[in-house]
Design a protein around this ligand. Structure first.
Ligand SMILES: [Zn+2]
Length: 393
């Protein structure tokens, strides 16, 4: 670790500021809102002497990527990202994640192509990211609201498009799933619940829902994830009623993907052919740079896991009104079906089929419907929250 890096670490935790030269301090903050910035041009000062600092562009969708040596994200930097996104209407998303333990990567997604200019003045490297003045090139999913407000207050509105939920009844065909003491098959009861859920979503909430399987057929796990991407689903929910060796275990649980699971998913995806990786990314990563792909995957996956956890909370809150919970928190595990890089995904264990009482419940159409209604409310609640947040983002 160099002295500069050590100083940065101190700064990040808010200590020893007076010991550090103002130049390093200014650089560390990454002056995202440099005084030279205007409504169509963002000036970024790169930290002096940082060998890892770089800014580059990616297309389809238009992105600007900023790398900078940083071991932890300061709250002022996080705040800067929020301000930048609000100030510049042409920045659709701002994300930050670790590229490697020492380097942070910030990705701005833009609604139009940008020009990047590298310059050095007084020994300080800076980069200007600019878009054509007055250019209108709204991204497909985002429309700019006509407004006379200052750019900082201008709101982005997600264009109204039909919402779609991919419902995944677990198992099927040669894979029966868990089997209850009375001979009830998980694959059958979860298909029943899934069909009720599809009806509830469409009838009560006008949310379009598609099933990964409508019959007793076997579908490989990755294929289920891929189906969700093909349909451009907004959410993915896998429905199960699994078993345990102890028949006393009971209650519902909601799972999201764990970071560890994400890591191994990444490894698996990357070990597949270049082609299949591109399919996962909706063809917007057409580079042979595996290093870059890995980073983008990490960025997407981290955000998706956070959204999945939030989605899971809505599901658990509603399930708990109709059935007792096995766990009060959202659990995290490396389920393959939860490994969509972009679609918030949860797996619901509606109850344990190996528990005698729950096996009886699972067979009852009234319980299946009650559970489906709770799941539908959870899905609707989360989607409405997302829409609301997108309006103010
Ligand atoms: Zn299962």
């Amino acid at each position: 670790m160099t002295i500069n890096q050590a100083r940065r670490k101190l700064l990040i935790f808010g200590m020893g500021m007076s010991l550090v030269s103002p130049k390093i301090f200014a650089a560390q903050k990454i002056a995202l809102l440099d005084l030279k910035s205007t409504s169509d041009s963002l000036h970024i000062s790169l930290p002096a002497g940082d060998p890892h600092a770089r800014v580059f562009r990616l297309d389809n969708p238009n992105r600007v990527v900023i790398d900078v040596s940083m071991t932890a994200f300061s709250s002022s930097l996080m705040h800067s990202l929020v301000v930048v996104r609000q100030k510049f209407p042409w920045i659709v998303h701002a994300k930050i994640a670790h590229f490697n333990p020492e380097t942070a990567r910030i990705v701005f997604q833009l609604n139009q192509p940008a020009k990047i200019n590298h310059q050095t003045s007084n020994g300080v490297k800076w980069v200007s990211v600019s878009v054509m003045k007055g250019a209108i090139a709204a991204a497909p999913a985002v429309v700019e609201e006509e407004t006379t407000e200052a750019p900082a207050q201008s709101a982005r509105k997600i264009a109204a498009r039909p919402l779609l939920v991919m419902i995944d009844p677990g198992h099927g065909g040669k894979d029966p799933g868990a089997i209850g003491g009375k001979g009830t098959y998980e694959k059958h009861v979860v298909l029943d619940i899934a069909k009720h859920l599809q009806q509830q979503l469409q009838r009560e909430f006008k949310i379009h829902a598609v099933l990964t399987r409508e019959d007793d057929v076997f579908i490989p796990l990755y294929h289920r994830v891929s189906l969700a991407h093909q349909h451009e689903a907004d959410l993915f929910v896998s429905i199960h009623a699994d078993g345990f060796t102890n028949d006393q275990v009971s209650g519902a649980s909601v799972f999201a993907l764990s970071e560890h699971g994400a890591g191994s998913a990444m490894a698996r995806y990357l070990s597949q052919s270049e082609n299949s990786v591109d399919v996962i990314y909706d063809n917007d990563v057409k580079t042979n740079d595996a290093y870059l792909k890995q980073t983008l995957f990490d960025l997407d996956q981290t955000e998706t896991i956070n959204r999945s956890l939030d989605f899971g909370k809505h599901m658990a809150a509603n399930i708990s009104t109709v059935h007792h919970m096995h766990n009060n928190h959202i659990e995290q595990a490396g389920f393959v079906v939860l490994k969509s890089p972009r679609i918030p995904s949860v797996l619901v264990e509606t109850s344990f089929i190996t528990n005698h009482q729950e096996e009886q419940l699972l067979q009852q159409p009234s319980f299946q419907l009650k559970m489906a209604k709770a799941l539908a409310k959870g899905i609707h609640g989360y989607l409405m929250q997302e829409r609301k947040e997108n309006l103010i983002a």
